[in-house]
Design a binder for this molecule. Structure first.
Ligand code: 5GP
Ligand code: ZN
Length: 117
């Protein structure tokens, strides 16, 4: 499994940094965001290191499918499956990305506004 030594989320996936885990399988790990922006705010990350959506190749199609399909599973566990949620990924500086390991934010538990800031 490709991992980056100095990547925070690679360390979380490997269990080297304690987190509040929500879900993990052989492809995807989900854990609660340390700075929650909603009553339920989890991060879904591939166990494999990829910096952002900009690095995605055709070989990652299955991985992306698994990531997205994990969202409703985690949403069910978080109790926001029926009320609704937002699944979003930030890419690059102007996209607001601060951790360079691909991740989807899963937010819910309150009425979310649109457009985002
Ligand atoms: P980004 O800004 O890259 O889209 O999202 C990165 C997210 O990672 C932020 O929402 C931030 O709160 C979260 N985060 C940063 N460091 C940690 C950490 O050490 N643990 C957890 N659980 N979340 C973190
Ligand atoms: Zn990483």
């Amino acid at each position: 499994m490709a991992a980056s030594n100095d990547c925070l989320f690679c360390k979380i996936v490997a269990g080297l940094i304690p987190t509040d885990p929500v879900y993990q399988d052989e492809v995807v790990t989900a854990f609660r965001d340390i700075n929650a922006q909603a009553p339920s705010h989890t991060l879904l990350v591939p166990n494999e290191h990829l910096a952002s959506t900009n690095e995605l190749q055709p070989e990652h199609d299955e991985l992306v499918g698994r990531l997205v399909r994990t969202a409703p599973i985690v949403a069910s566990r978080e109790g926001i499956h029926e009320s609704g949620y937002r699944l979003v990924t930030n890419c690059g500086r102007e996209g607001g990305q601060t951790v360079m390991h691909l991740h989807f934010h899963l937010l819910g538990g309150r009425q979310l506004s649109w457009p985002p800031g």
